[in-house]
Design a protein. Structure first.
Lengths: 349, 164
């Protein structure tokens, strides 16, 4: 493989994926505002552009032009570092996500930035480091609301990370690999019927993953770290302008990553739900981009679900949150691992 | 390529360790330790131990160090005051470190087995191969270690719950 071609194509891939990811983040915010608006029987943003479609640009310009306040009491190095950690951890994981079928052009896989053997573990480790963004933001702000928000976030993320990791073990057992492409390939045989969530009988694991992921991303009903009625804004109370925007982007970026992981692990990734029932239509270009369409559609469904849940459910109380994570989700996840491995062992025996 | 990465992350590791020793504020020390742990993970990766590298980041940089920072934040620990250590520690400390470093270097350099001749990037240990060793050849030690950790957890809870 020519090194120059490899470098050029890789940079191209990274640029395209990053631009798409960041605009997806911006438009997820709009999606949330519109949908929550409709759920509450109002319109949501509707003035900027046709039916409010240019609202993310206006929001971005506003946040970018706002004064960047640096409160006097903060511990400056960590106060500045925290939003950078949060945002970069939200952006790194997309590098291992395959968003289309394996199609090589000049020997470079065009639908994944990096095909890593331990792709799933890379995503988990980047998420586990991402909590420092929140923890350090709360601590370095020198504000009691921020500190309480950060303490809540750290405790919540550590507790739910266990259930989250264990809920994925069933899928890994079935696929026999930690490589995200292999995991998707293991569910590709018969369309919808062979997806892990249906044909793989991982539906319990899927719901454990979904609940734990909602808690990991600090979203309703687990948004205690930024509960407005008790903590002002939680860990980002003291942040303004672009630093605040970075936390905001990190939160929505993490939501999209959760959608990507759920799609890859439980919903067959980029494969079509109709399997081979759908005849191969169009030319080679349509066939190359159809998997990307399925992938994006599935991730969009997850984002829709996120907003729907936010518009529907009230917030947990803190002791309920901890009790639910440790006493219910964790045992269920472990039971799922036991059941899956017994079933696999029986089938091979 | 491998060598460049090794040098960068090796230096980062040593720099983080020194920063950990010389900083006064506990949170700076905790953060330096995270840098050390994460650079170690990259060094493991260079040696082909990909699962170990990921586990290092998830368990040490992620879970354990989050608990460290959590406790520091919860206690709101301030900067430490500088104390005058004992004269014996000052006299024996530096020569002692030099002696240990020299001994370790001598031991590593005098190795002759296949591990000593391996170059960076020679090996790639798959997760499957690792688990075969762990759950077949070394099953008993692995399970005994797990039980040991379980006993430690039960002991910690028993000690913490004694007040009630």
């Amino acid at each position: 493989m020519n090194l120059l071609v490899f470098l050029l194509l890789s940079v191209l891939k990274i640029a395209v994926v990053l631009v798409v990811f960041l605009s997806a983040v911006a438009y997820t915010v709009l999606l949330e505002r519109k949908l929550v608006g409709r759920i509450q029987n109002r319109w949501g943003p509707s003035r900027v552009g046709p039916s409010g479609l240019l609202q993310p640009l206006a929001d971005g310009a506003k946040l970018f032009l706002k004064e960047d306040l640096l409160p006097t009491g903060v511990y400056r190095p960590l106060y500045i570092l925290a939003p950078i950690i949060a945002l970069s951890c939200a952006l790194i994981s997309i590098a291992v996500v395959p968003y289309g079928a394996r199609i090589a052009w000049h020997g470079v896989d065009m639908f994944q930035i990096a095909d890593v053997n331990i792709g799933l573990l890379v995503i988990l480790s980047v998420t586990s480091v991402g909590v420092y963004g929140i923890a350090l933001a709360g601590w370095s702000s020198n504000n009691k609301y921020s500190l309480l928000g950060a303490l809540r976030a750290s405790a919540q993320v550590i507790s739910y990370e266990l259930a989250l990791g264990l809920s994925l073990v069933g899928v890994v057992l079935r696929a026999g690999s930690l490589n995200l492409r292999s995991i998707v390939d293991s569910q590709a045989a018969h369309g919808l019927l062979s997806w892990n969530v249906f044909g793989g009988f991982q539906i319990v694991a899927f719901f454990v993953y979904l609940i734990a992921a909602f808690a990991e991303t600090n979203r309703t009903p687990f948004d205690l770290p930024e509960a407005e009625s008790e903590l002002t804004a939680g860990y980002h109370t003291e942040y303004s302008s672009m630093k605040f925007a970075m936390f905001f982007m990190a939160e929505y970026g993490n939501m999209i990553m959760v959608g990507c992981v759920a799609t890859l692990l439980f919903f067959g990734g980029w494969t079509s739900p109709f399997g081979s029932l759908l005849p191969a239509f169009g030319g080679i270009v349509v066939q190359a981009f159809l998997p990307v369409f399925w992938f994006v559609l599935k991730v969009f469904c997850f984002l829709f679900l996120y907003v729907w849940v936010r518009g529907t459910l009230p917030r947990f109380r803190y002791d309920q949150l901890m009790g639910f994570g440790w006493k219910f989700l964790l045992p269920v996840a472990i039971a799922n691992i036991l059941a899956t491995s017994l079933w696999l062992a029986l089938r091979t025996a | 390529m491998y060598l460049a990465l090794f040098i960068v992350f090796g230096l980062l590791c040593i720099g983080g360790a020194l920063n950990l020793l010389f900083r006064r504020h506990p949170i700076d020390c905790a953060l330096s330790l995270i840098v050390v742990m994460t650079s170690l993970a990259v060094l493991y990766l260079l040696l082909g131990a990909e699962f170990l590298a990921a586990a290092q980041v998830i368990v040490y940089s992620g879970a354990i160090m989050v608990l460290f920072t959590f406790v520091i934040m919860l206690l709101n620990a301030g900067s430490e005051e500088r104390t005058h250590g004992s004269a014996a520690a000052y006299a024996a400390g530096m020569p002692g470190i030099a002696a240990i470093a020299g001994l370790l270097a001598f031991l590593f350099l005098s190795q002759n087995g296949p591990a000593a001749k391996a170059r960076l990037g020679d090996y790639e240990v798959s997760t499957g191969a690792l688990s075969r060793v762990l759950f077949r050849d070394l099953l008993l030690p692995f399970e005994v270690t797990s039980v040991l950790i379980l006993v430690a957890i039960v002991g910690a809870i028993a000690l913490a719950g004694k007040e009630h």
